[in-house]
Design a protein around this ligand. Structure first.
Ligand code: URP
Ligand code: ZN
Ligand code: ZN
Length: 469
């Protein structure tokens, strides 16, 4: 073998393998066995070996809400690597009137030269004409699409186009993802709040109640149920939303959901935080503006329960970073102008390991399922990524449970003027990260080359072999 990793506790979704060595050759996991010999031996005594993380919801190098995200592919990838993530799926937004094929070529091109880890795209449906392009898009390696039921007059599509999209996706065997919030009612409440001069960051949450999420999930799941089509609910934020997910799953709808760290660690109280900079004291909460918004303690607890019970399938970051100064501050006098989005690509796995596995006893197998295995299976990377098994890409992380640190803007690797988790203490994290068998991070040092990350050709996932009506 070119490389052999010895003495690690190898974590898979099915269990923890003790006393098994992992042999790597030509970028792939070539053997899981005992007494392997290799040109390079890595001793991982006292550490875990886990599959590289797969973050299926990111917005790198994206113009969103009238602003360019702070992170591009390179800076986002540095953060991803330091946090143990080796693959991500970004959203490919077409410009108004642009074809999806053209948009995808543009996005692949833009990521190509900057990429340090492997990446793929979900195509955002904005127009009925996009549906005709889907067969060609699949041939280009896209096996998931996204619809927005929020962001009125911007990204929101109407019910008919949503129905037709889910119908077409089902026919082609690909996944429809949905941002489920009632954008029409949110738009009304936002206009009403601003007219009343209710302009502080807290009103972002007050104008997007959890009922609007639950109602929208109910609608989307109804469409999926009528069509017997698969559906993936992104960034689930509320207990009421989760109840709709559970109801739909129990009634046999082919539905998955993800939540994100921000909904597991913060509540709407964070939107009222006080800052220290003069003139911005009451504006600190803008850092926590994301959509759907942060909720209440009972929502946070319900989402944690969902991770344990398996009603939530995936943890993604929804990394969409905007600087506090100069970007979030656009909404100093009007919360509706604050760009919506928070970071998380770097902290997603670290937080879940310490606060999930260590503190709450989330099984390590579930940690790997939520971060790597299920994302791969749902999004067409099964057999390639997301698992420590023979034949898979050798995207592996030696995870040292002894690492101790405090998260801070001064030590993160993304390009952002604040850290959402400033002051959070964690234990455990990546000591070494390999991408297709190459060491790209070791003991805090990066060994990366631009354009080393590859575009991932994703096939329609085999998990979608659902019965037709
Ligand atoms: O606030 C958020 N989540 N920004 C990113 C776009 C989206 O809705 O996922
Ligand atoms: Zn969204
Ligand atoms: Zn998003």
């Amino acid at each position: 073998m070119e490389t052999v990793i010895k003495n690690a506790r190898v974590v898979t979704g099915d269990g923890i393998l003790e006393g098994i060595e992992v042999g790597i050759e030509n970028g792939k996991i070539a053997a899981l066995d005992k007494n392997l010999s290799g040109q390079k031996i890595i001793d991982a005594q006292g550490k875990y070996l886990i599959p590289g993380g797969i973050d299926v919801h990111t917005h790198l190098d994206t113009f969103f809400g009238g602003m360019q995200t702070a992170d591009d592919f390179t800076s986002g990838h540095l953060g991803a690597i330091a946090g143990g993530t080796t693959t991500h799926l970004n959203f490919c937004f077409p410009e108004r009137g642009q074809s999806l094929i053209e948009a995808l070529s543009y996005w692949i091109n833009k990521a190509h030269g900057d990429a340090l880890i492997d990446y793929g795209f979900h195509a955002v449906i904005q127009d009925e004409s996009h549906l005709q392009e889907l067969p060609q898009l699949i041939e280009m390696g896209i096996s998931s699409i996204k619809c927005f039921l929020a962001y009125k007059d911007k990204l929101q599509i109407n019910d008919e186009l949503f129905y037709k999209t889910v119908e077409k996706a089902k026919e082609l065997g690909i996944v429809t993802m949905v941002h489920a919030e009632n954008g029409t009612l949110i738009d009304y409440l936002v206009r009403k709040a601003v007219a009343h001069q209710w302009i502080s960051p807290l009103f972002h949450a007050k104008t997007r109640p959890p009922e609007f999420e639950a109602q929208s999930i109910h609608f989307a799941a109804t469409v999926a149920s009528v069509l017997r089509a698969p559906l993936y609910i992104v960034h689930l934020s509320s207990k009421q939303g989760l109840e709709e997910v559970i109801r739909a799953k129990r009634s046999g709808t082919f539905l998955w959901t993800e939540t994100c760290p921000q909904y597991l660690f913060f509540t709407e109280k964070d939107l009222q935080r006080k800052g220290k900079s003069a003139g911005l004291e009451d504006f600190e909460g803008a850092k926590w503006i994301c959509s759907p918004p942060l909720r209440k303690e009972e929502d946070r607890n319900a989402l944690w329960d969902g991770l344990f019970s398996g009603t939530i399938d995936v943890v993604s970051s929804d990394h969409c970073s905007f600087h506090f100064i100069g970007q979030k501050t656009r909404g100093l006098k009007d919360f509706s102008k604050i760009p919506s989005g928070v970071p998380g690509i770097e902290e997603r796995m670290i937080l879940l390991f310490y606060y999930g596995c260590m503190k709450r006893k989330l099984p390590l197998e579930r940690f790997v399922l939520l971060n790597s295995e299920l994302p791969a299976r749902i999004f067409g990377l099964d057999g390639i990524k997301g698992k420590i098994a023979v034949g898979y890409d050798a995207d592996v992380v030696i995870w040292d449970p002894q690492i101790k640190k405090t998260l801070s803007v001064h030590s993160h690797h993304i390009r952002l003027d604040y850290n959402l988790y400033e002051g959070f203490y964690i234990e455990g994290g990546p000591e070494m990260v390999m991408l297709r068998g190459q060491i790209i991070y070791n003991n805090g040092q990066f060994y990366v080359k631009k354009a080393n990350g590859q575009f991932l050709f994703r096939s329609p996932p085999s998990i979608l072999n659902c019965p037709t009506p």
